[in-house]
Design a protein around this ligand. Structure first.
Ligand SMILES: [Zn+2]
Length: 332
């Protein structure tokens, strides 16, 4: 039987999955409800009225309401996951727990995301995306910004912290990569974890090129390298199931992680092959690989290329030349 959208489905260890619709290309996002005192909601979907109506219906189906939520935990700072947080807090007075690195960005989402869009635009130009294309994407920023609003994080979480969810200790594990603020909430005794977008069953999570979350951070985070370290750390845990931010529960973790790591290696070799014709910018390689798609989706394709180039540079198979106006990569 397939649960309808508004009927929470038991996910694992007394945790119910609430799939919520979103206006974003990713489709539904999963929130999780952990019964107990306090009533815990993990993620809440974007600030979109259809999402809110679905959240209300899902909670009503188990005799609860938004007003009953006592603790709201956020897996990371992407709008499809935290967008409704301010509304949930306004109606429930819930405490908000999220990665310590998200405190400043979420306190003034509008200003922070506007600045981030500017930095991403500069970064795209530096890596060879035509200025007009990068600026058009930057100026489209408000369409994604609008799916979230500022919220105060009351409880900043750090690696190793323990959260009581439904009376069970969940250990916070920082897993940067998909985003810099990704958290895994691990119930070691039940061998389960709530995982946000760290690991999805159907699609490999993008390691996105993004500016550092902290104002003191410099340079661009090497997202794919971070992500690979995070995947290995998760592989070392004794886990049977990860409850993801999108799609069905993830099982067979070690095989899946090995598959993802190997696929990244394979893609890195493809980009190394494209460098045979001489030094190139990351965007040049995106165009060589995907043609016009690289111009329609410059951010996603550039993220994909840069991540794998970072892997080649780390392994000593390629070098990054940052001297000129546009960063170029070459075989070693
Ligand atoms: Zn997501």
């Amino acid at each position: 039987m397939v649960a309808s959208r508004s009927t929470p489905a038991a996910a694992a260890g007394g945790i119910a999955c609430l799939p919520l619709p979103t206006p974003l290309p990713v489709g539904d996002v999963n929130a999780y409800l952990v019964d107990g005192d306090p009533l815990v909601l993990v993620d809440c979907g974007p600030a979109w009225v259809t999402t809110l109506v679905a959240l209300e219906a899902a909670l009503a189906a188990v005799g609860r309401a938004v007003e009953d939520v006592g603790l709201l935990v956020l897996t990371h700072h992407h709008p499809d996951h935290f967008g409704l947080a301010a509304e949930v807090v306004r109606r429930s007075g819930a405490t908000v727990a999220a990665a310590a690195s998200t405190v400043a960005p979420l306190a003034d989402w509008e200003a922070w995301s506007r600045r981030a869009d500017g930095l991403v635009c500069d970064g795209m130009v530096r890596h060879g995306v035509p200025t007009a294309v990068a600026e058009a994407l930057r100026d489209a920023g408000p369409t994604t910004r609008q799916w979230a609003s500022s919220v105060r994080v009351d409880r900043p979480l750090r690696d190793g912290d323990v959260l009581e969810l439904g009376g069970r200790p969940h250990v916070v594990a920082e897993r940067p990569g998909h985003s810099e603020s990704d958290l895994l909430l691990v119930d070691h005794a039940a061998r389960t974890a709530i995982g946000g977008d760290h690991l999805l069953a159907g699609i490999s999570s993008n390691a996105l090129v993004a500016p550092p979350l902290r104002a003191s951070g410099t340079g661009r985070p090497r997202a794919l390298l971070q992500y690979r370290r995070s995947l290995r750390a998760t592989r070392a845990l004794e886990l049977d199931v990860v409850l993801p931010g999108h799609g069905p529960p993830v099982t067979g973790l070690r095989a899946l992680i090995d598959e993802r790591l190997a696929a990244q290696e394979h893609r890195a070799r493809t980009f190394l092959g494209l460098l045979e014709d001489g030094p190139a910018s990351a965007h040049d390689l995106a165009v060589a690989r995907w043609g016009a798609v690289a111009l329609r989706q410059p951010y996603a394709t550039l993220s994909e290329v840069l991540g794998h180039l970072d892997l080649l540079v780390e392994d000593g198979r390629a070098v990054e030349d940052r001297e000129g106006a546009i960063v170029r990569f070459a075989r070693r």
